[in-house]
Design a protein around this ligand. Structure first.
Ligand code: ADP
Length: 159
């Protein structure tokens, strides 16, 4: 039986879509580690510490931990004694990249499985990038992100 799941991502910032996946996953495993990826070429709005702070304030679940990691995902999963990588799928556009990553990780670590969770209907169109763009322009994104992210975005964009 699988016990420990790692849910990695940029979470720049976390959205209700990410949190929905987290809540559902937390019912399936003894422990879920939501881990912010440090080592990415992407330009980010929030620092790792800011993203972790937003995450910690967004939700509290007994079997969920927040963390960040640098380097190879499978090495981090092993270090945490995890068995499963969780990824959310919004649409077929996510699929190709996710499928490639899942197979690459399987090649690197055959004992670690990737599990895809379908995004909830309410959040299939939600992405951190769109959220940032709308927030920057002063649009209302209150029902799409947790309060902690909303406050952090307002502060960042002086809205
Ligand atoms: P990454 O840069 O690793 O894709 P993201 O923070 O964008 O990081 O997303 C982390 C994971 O959450 C990915 O598997 C992504 O497909 C998934 N995800 C992103 N947005 C949503 C959403 N609205 N609903 C469900 N899953 C999502």
């Amino acid at each position: 039986m699988y016990k420990i799941a790692v849910y990695p991502g940029s979470f720049d910032p976390v959205t209700e879509g990410h949190l929905d996946i987290l809540k559902r996953t937390s019912k399936m495993f003894s422990k879920v580690i939501m881990a912010v990826v440090v080592n990415q070429s992407k330009d980010s709005l929030f620092t790792i510490e800011e993203r972790l702070d937003i995450l910690r304030k967004s939700i509290k679940l007994d079997n969920v931990e927040f963390d960040s990691f640098d380097g190879l995902l499978v090495d981090y999963v092993r270090q945490k004694k995890g068995d499963v990588i969780i990824r959310g799928l919004r649409a077929t556009t996510d699929f190709e990249y996710e499928f490639q990553m899942a197979h690459t990780n399987k090649k690197l670590a055959g004992d670690i499985e990737t599990m895809f969770i379908a995004a909830d209907n309410r959040y299939t169109f939600v992405s951190s990038n769109t959220i940032k763009e709308v927030a920057r322009l002063g649009g209302d994104i209150a029902c799409l992100v947790p309060e902690s992210a909303l406050l952090a975005l307002k502060k960042k964009f002086n809205k």
